[in-house]
Design a protein around this ligand. Structure first.
Ligand code: HEC
Ligand code: HEC
Ligand code: HEC
Ligand code: HEC
Ligand code: HEC
Length: 423
């Protein structure tokens, strides 16, 4: 009797602890709060002299910037199918909107209070200024440029039909900080928050020696009039290419393949080394969303393309999500760092036109997450979530050396190593 009472009390106590842990300690989302992004950017009225805050309306005068922005992931940060699927999984909780549709005018509810910092308990009231069409514009022009009815920008001598104000932060990384530095919360043991590119940004080389900021790579410089017929100015293209753009990912990595011996004979063991270098990103690669990763593959094929042997390595971060978030391992590459991946294969004595295929692929999601989002949260199979950024076939024969020499010169690789040595 006593023993079973103890058992009952024990289980009730344990259940209460688990309940308290999930309702009071561990946040319901995979990140913590910070005072800036805990709030939406306050309601904006339309600045004097223009008709509307809509991007399209800014675009009547700032045509090229508008066209660029429209192709960017910032313009799609709400309708983005990957965002929509994950947001659905998280019960469409409001906090996500503070970065994905950051203006108060874009949000259905106003947040009055967040008791004990628990986002799921926030006290919300309907927002009379909510504009669902404006919400679809996601990270729209006004999210970065409009404050208190004034258009903020990088110049101090504009002559514009709308009020303008010089804001030096446009020429610093400060404009990106609010959203690209997502922090971890209690019981979330990340080394760096989930979308924490800002803190991974290795200012030492790119910033201090070469004066590069986020915009240098993500908003390429351009000389052009800001509006039709205006004076030519030094400005930036509003492109923000990143992990969704294979060409941008290619710019980040240099690849070199070597073999020993370089002229293998039948029956010999050959050792291949693929060197991957973070030659072009100012932060770790991959960065941001913790699902992002690279794979490096070696595949031996016969002349009918039948796979005889293969090896796959992964570069990314490994995170235990439950019961607490614990980042177990992170083997991503810092700026200018490189890593060797090796693979050994013994050539058969009767080889005939065999090849080694080397592949580097970038993945937006893991296969498991993709399945889960597809089966339960409406992601469709049409949204590509991984792509090849490097692919080379090498003949496993006496011709190997010539093929290796052909690929030895990779301009990105050469450039990065040269500057690294001089610096
Ligand atoms: C009727 C035309 C027109 C519309 C509409 C318009 N602008 Fe402008 N804007 C201008 C002109 C003209 C300038 C000054 C160009 C110059 O001096 O080179 C300017 C300057 C700017 C600047 C630079 C400010 C600075 O001093 O650094 C920014 C940023 C800007 N506009 C953003 C916007 C945004 C955002 C919208 C929409 C909410 C918008 N504009 C709508 C015509 C317009
Ligand atoms: C208001 C919040 C906000 C600000 C400010 C902001 N970003 Fe973003 N950014 C986002 C969000 C949210 C996404 C992800 C959109 C998506 O994938 O659905 C994103 C995506 C990106 C991507 C592409 C990622 C990919 O997966 O392709 C790049 C690159 C980027 N931002 C760079 C910048 C830079 C550089 C700045 C500063 C000039 C900046 N951002 C300012 C919120 C912001
Ligand atoms: C994520 C933040 C962000 C968003 C969204 C954004 N801009 Fe900008 N914008 C910047 C930054 C940063 C600069 C400063 C570039 C530089 O150093 O010249 C800038 C510069 C400008 C300038 C000055 C000219 C130039 O190229 O420097 C204009 C005009 C402008 N933006 C208009 C727009 C319009 C119109 C939209 C929407 C279609 C928009 N911006 C969306 C961040 C943003
Ligand atoms: C020296 C150039 C360079 C600098 C500086 C730089 N980036 Fe990048 N960034 C890249 C390249 C190249 C990629 C593509 C590789 C990738 O996606 O992993 C990239 C990718 C990204 C992505 C995409 C991540 C994803 O999930 O797909 C984001 C977000 C981003 N950068 C934000 C920033 C921010 C914020 C800064 C400033 C703190 C910054 N970058 C500074 C070159 C740069
Ligand atoms: C503090 C700002 C911030 C908040 C809050 C935020 N995000 Fe994001 N989110 C970002 C940024 C920045 C990126 C850019 C991509 C990267 O860094 O890899 C991003 C990217 C994403 C992506 C990857 C999109 C793609 O196309 O692959 C998903 C999915 C996402 N966020 C979902 C969410 C959900 C769901 C929430 C709420 C639970 C949320 N985000 C809250 C800033 C934020």
């Amino acid at each position: 009797m006593r023993r079973s009472l103890k058992l009952v009390l024990g289980s009730v106590g344990a259940a209460a602890l688990v309940y308290l842990y999930y309702t009071e300690v561990k946040p319901v989302v995979i990140f913590g709060l910070r005072s800036d992004y805990a709030k939406a950017i306050p309601y904006e009225k339309t600045p004097e002299g223009i008709d509307s805050l809509r991007a399209e309306s800014c675009g009547t005068c700032h045509r090229e910037i508008y066209e660029e922005w429209k192709t960017s992931i910032h313009a799609r940060a709400y309708e983005d199918p990957f965002f929509q699927a994950y947001w659905k999984r998280d019960g469409n909780i409001w906090i996500c909107l503070n970065c994905h549709t950051p203006l108060e005018n874009q949000q259905p509810t106003l947040i009055k209070e967040i008791p004990r910092g628990r986002v799921e308990k926030a006290i919300q009231v309907a927002n009379p200024h909510y504009d669902p069409e404006y919400q679809k514009e996601a990270i729209t022009c006004a999210a970065c440029h409009v404050r208190e009815g004034v258009i903020m920008g990088p110049f101090d001598d504009s002559v514009a039909p709308h009020p303008t104000k010089f804001d030096p932060s446009f020429r610093t990384t400060q404009v990106c900080y609010r959203c690209h530095n997502v922090v971890s919360g209690p019981a979330q043991l990340y080394r760096v928050g989930p979308c924490g590119t800002y803190v991974e940004y290795e200012g030492k080389f790119f910033m201090q020696e070469r004066g590069m900021i986020c915009q240098s790579c993500h908003m390429p410089e351009v000389e052009r009039p800001v509006t039709n017929g205006g004076p030519i100015r030094q400005g930036r293209r509003h492109l923000w290419r990143g992990g969704h753009d294979p060409d941008m990912v290619k710019r980040a990595v240099g690849v070199q393949v070597k073999a020993y011996p370089a002229r293998p004979k039948a029956g010999e063991q050959v050792r291949f080394t693929l060197t991957l270098i973070n030659a072009g990103a100012g932060h770790k690669i991959p960065t941001g969303d913790p699902d992002r990763h690279f794979t490096v593959e070696f595949i031996v094929q016969d002349k009918q393309d039948k796979v005889l042997d293969r090896r796959t390595d992964t570069m990314g971060r490994w995170i235990l999500w439950q019961p607490a978030i614990v980042e177990l391992y992170d083997n991503r590459l810092l700026p200018l760092a490189s890593r060797d991946y090796t693979f050994s294969y013994r050539l058969p004595t009767n080889q005939d036109r065999m090849t080694l295929k080397t592949l580097v692929r970038y993945h937006i999601l893991t296969d498991d997450q993709h399945e889960m989002l597809k089966n339960k949260y409406g992601l469709t199979a049409e949204d590509p979530y991984s792509f090849t950024i490097y692919e080379r076939n090498f003949p496993l024969s006496e011709n190997l050396e010539a093929a290796l020499n052909e690929t030895a010169y990779d301009p990105r690789f050469a450039c990065a190593t040269a500057t690294a040595q001089s610096g």
